[in-house]
Ligand binder design. Structure first.
Ligand code: FES
Ligand code: FES
Length: 172
């Protein structure tokens, strides 16, 4: 990590180290979800319950799925954050969720409000365990709520994403 200026908060967001002022940019009580979404414009991140009960605000911090509404922005100092905007269009998880909303596949998303959160938790899961069982998928995503009830499609998308990762690994 590059050396930071005294008294600043430095966060790597979607691949780029950025520096913030603890006075004008980040207040002590500001949540990471508010900071990322409202101050920096990463609106792919959704805030639904704002109390840790739905998973919509999930982002990656140092590769782990984290509820950004339960995390203070100052806690991200020195850490690496990835929001859905930081994923490539051909990311296997992004592709698998997109394909799972095509007719005949059993959709993984209707309104899409919960999707970024599910995608980020899926990224974290598959980075540790690329071929999870259905039980492991359910466990890893158990903190997420989909009000449209697309759970069956979501599970298929996660398994499909794991298959894509395995396939790409073979082709490399
Ligand atoms: S908005 Fe963070 S868990 Fe619901
Ligand atoms: S697709 Fe609407 S809440 Fe999940």
């Amino acid at each position: 990590m590059p050396k930071k200026l005294e008294g600043t908060i430095r966060i790597k967001i979607n691949g780029e180290w950025r520096e913030f002022s603890p006075e004008s940019d980040i207040t002590p009580s500001m949540t990471l979800s508010y900071f990322l979404r409202e101050k920096l414009g990463y609106t792919g991140l959704k805030i639904a319950c704002d109390e840790g009960a739905c998973g919509a605000c999930t982002i990656l911090m140092d590769g782990k799925a984290v509820l950004s509404c339960l995390t203070l922005a100052v806690q991200a100092d020195g850490h690496e954050i990835v929001t859905i905007e930081g994923l490539a269009k051909n990311d296997p998880v992004v592709e698998a969720f997109a394909e799972q909303c095509e007719p005949g596949h059993g959709t993984a998303l209707q309104c899409g409000f919960c999707t970024p959160g599910f995608v980020m938790s899926t990224k974290a899961l598959l980075s540790q365990n690329p071929r999870p069982t259905i039980v492991e998928v359910k466990e890893a995503l158990s903190g997420h709520i989909c009000r449209c009830g697309c759970y069956s499609g979501i599970k298929k998308a996660v398994i499909h994403a794991g298959e894509k990762i395995a396939q790409r690994g073979k082709n490399e």
